[in-house]
Design a protein around this ligand. Sequence first.
Ligand code: THU
Length: 128
Amino acid sequence: MTYEQLLEKAKEASKNAYVPYSKFPVGACILAASGQIYCGCNFENGSLGMTICAERNATGSAVLYGERKFKAIAIYSPLRDNCTPCGACRQVLHEFCEKDEEFDIIVKSGDGIKVYTLAQLLPESFTL
Ligand code: THU
Protein backbone atom coordinates (compact mmCIF):
# COMPACT_ATOMS: atom_id res chain seq x y z
CA MET A 1 0.00 0.00 0.00
CA THR A 2 1.42 3.40 -0.99
CA TYR A 3 1.21 6.42 1.28
CA GLU A 4 -1.16 8.01 -1.24
CA GLN A 5 -3.48 5.01 -0.88
CA LEU A 6 -3.22 5.18 2.92
CA LEU A 7 -4.29 8.84 2.75
CA GLU A 8 -7.19 7.88 0.49
CA LYS A 9 -8.37 5.42 3.18
CA ALA A 10 -8.10 8.20 5.77
CA LYS A 11 -10.21 10.39 3.51
CA GLU A 12 -12.88 7.67 3.32
CA ALA A 13 -12.83 7.34 7.11
CA SER A 14 -13.30 11.08 7.58
CA LYS A 15 -16.71 10.76 5.91
CA ASN A 16 -18.00 8.87 8.95
CA ALA A 17 -16.72 11.37 11.52
CA TYR A 18 -19.29 12.31 14.17
CA VAL A 19 -18.64 16.00 14.66
CA PRO A 20 -21.83 17.86 15.63
CA TYR A 21 -19.91 20.31 17.84
CA SER A 22 -16.69 21.22 16.04
CA LYS A 23 -17.91 20.38 12.52
CA PHE A 24 -14.28 19.39 11.90
CA PRO A 25 -14.15 15.86 10.45
CA VAL A 26 -10.91 13.91 10.58
CA GLY A 27 -10.05 10.45 9.30
CA ALA A 28 -6.96 8.38 9.98
CA CYS A 29 -5.53 5.16 8.64
CA ILE A 30 -2.70 3.42 10.46
CA LEU A 31 -0.36 0.86 8.90
CA ALA A 32 0.76 -1.89 11.26
CA ALA A 33 4.07 -3.74 10.98
CA SER A 34 1.98 -6.78 9.98
CA GLY A 35 0.94 -4.96 6.82
CA GLN A 36 -2.67 -4.64 7.95
CA ILE A 37 -4.35 -1.26 7.99
CA TYR A 38 -6.94 0.11 10.44
CA CYS A 39 -9.03 3.22 10.04
CA GLY A 40 -10.66 5.60 12.47
CA CYS A 41 -12.60 8.85 12.52
CA ASN A 42 -13.12 11.38 15.28
CA PHE A 43 -16.27 11.13 17.34
CA GLU A 44 -17.42 13.83 19.69
CA ASN A 45 -19.53 13.98 22.81
CA GLY A 46 -21.72 16.58 24.47
CA SER A 47 -19.24 16.33 27.32
CA LEU A 48 -16.63 17.84 25.02
CA GLY A 49 -13.53 16.51 26.74
CA MET A 50 -14.60 12.97 25.95
CA THR A 51 -14.04 13.48 22.23
CA ILE A 52 -11.90 10.82 20.62
CA CYS A 53 -9.56 11.87 17.80
CA ALA A 54 -9.38 9.92 14.56
CA GLU A 55 -5.80 8.83 15.23
CA ARG A 56 -6.65 7.31 18.62
CA ASN A 57 -9.72 5.62 17.21
CA ALA A 58 -7.61 3.98 14.47
CA THR A 59 -4.92 2.99 16.98
CA GLY A 60 -7.48 1.47 19.34
CA SER A 61 -9.00 -0.60 16.53
CA ALA A 62 -5.58 -1.96 15.64
CA VAL A 63 -4.76 -2.80 19.26
CA LEU A 64 -8.06 -4.68 19.49
CA TYR A 65 -6.81 -6.95 16.70
CA GLY A 66 -3.56 -7.65 18.49
CA GLU A 67 -1.34 -5.14 16.70
CA ARG A 68 1.44 -3.66 18.79
CA LYS A 69 3.87 -2.13 16.30
CA PHE A 70 3.10 0.43 13.64
CA LYS A 71 4.90 1.91 10.69
CA ALA A 72 2.87 4.89 9.56
CA ILE A 73 -0.38 6.79 9.87
CA ALA A 74 -2.19 8.97 7.34
CA ILE A 75 -4.47 11.75 8.57
CA TYR A 76 -7.02 13.64 6.52
CA SER A 77 -9.45 16.47 7.08
CA PRO A 78 -11.44 17.92 4.21
CA LEU A 79 -11.13 21.28 5.95
CA ARG A 80 -7.38 21.52 6.35
CA ASP A 81 -4.14 20.81 4.58
CA ASN A 82 -1.31 19.54 6.74
CA CYS A 83 -3.68 18.15 9.42
CA THR A 84 -1.03 16.86 11.81
CA PRO A 85 -1.98 14.95 15.01
CA CYS A 86 -2.69 16.78 18.25
CA GLY A 87 -0.18 16.47 21.07
CA ALA A 88 -2.14 13.77 22.89
CA CYS A 89 -2.28 11.59 19.78
CA ARG A 90 1.44 12.04 19.15
CA GLN A 91 2.11 10.60 22.59
CA VAL A 92 -0.30 7.69 21.98
CA LEU A 93 1.44 6.89 18.68
CA HIS A 94 4.81 7.01 20.41
CA GLU A 95 3.70 4.19 22.70
CA PHE A 96 3.53 1.81 19.74
CA CYS A 97 6.65 2.87 17.82
CA GLU A 98 9.87 0.94 17.76
CA LYS A 99 11.67 4.17 16.86
CA ASP A 100 10.05 7.58 16.45
CA GLU A 101 12.45 8.22 13.56
CA GLU A 102 11.00 5.27 11.66
CA PHE A 103 7.33 6.07 12.12
CA ASP A 104 5.90 8.18 9.29
CA ILE A 105 3.01 10.62 9.54
CA ILE A 106 1.36 11.38 6.22
CA VAL A 107 -0.85 14.41 5.61
CA LYS A 108 -2.41 16.07 2.60
CA SER A 109 -0.43 18.93 1.12
CA GLY A 110 -1.97 20.64 -1.89
CA ASP A 111 -2.46 18.01 -4.56
CA GLY A 112 0.10 15.76 -2.95
CA ILE A 113 1.26 14.47 0.41
CA LYS A 114 3.73 15.54 3.06
CA VAL A 115 5.54 13.02 5.23
CA TYR A 116 6.88 13.74 8.71
CA THR A 117 8.48 11.36 11.16
CA LEU A 118 7.11 11.14 14.69
CA ALA A 119 10.55 12.20 15.88
CA GLN A 120 10.08 15.48 14.04
CA LEU A 121 6.64 16.12 15.54
CA LEU A 122 7.36 14.84 19.07
CA PRO A 123 10.98 15.56 19.93
CA GLU A 124 12.37 14.30 23.24
CA SER A 125 9.33 12.07 23.72
CA PHE A 126 8.46 10.54 27.06
CA THR A 127 8.72 6.80 27.67
CA LEU A 128 7.95 5.15 31.00
N1 THU B 1 -9.13 16.00 16.02
C1 THU B 1 -8.70 14.80 15.55
O1 THU B 1 -9.50 13.90 15.26
N2 THU B 1 -7.37 14.62 15.42
C2 THU B 1 -6.42 15.55 15.73
O2 THU B 1 -5.24 15.26 15.72
C3 THU B 1 -6.83 16.90 16.07
C4 THU B 1 -8.26 17.09 16.42
C5 THU B 1 -10.57 16.22 16.17
C6 THU B 1 -11.05 16.33 17.60
C7 THU B 1 -12.31 17.15 17.42
O3 THU B 1 -13.38 16.26 17.14
C8 THU B 1 -12.05 18.00 16.20
O4 THU B 1 -10.95 17.42 15.54
C9 THU B 1 -11.72 19.45 16.52
O5 THU B 1 -10.74 19.54 17.48
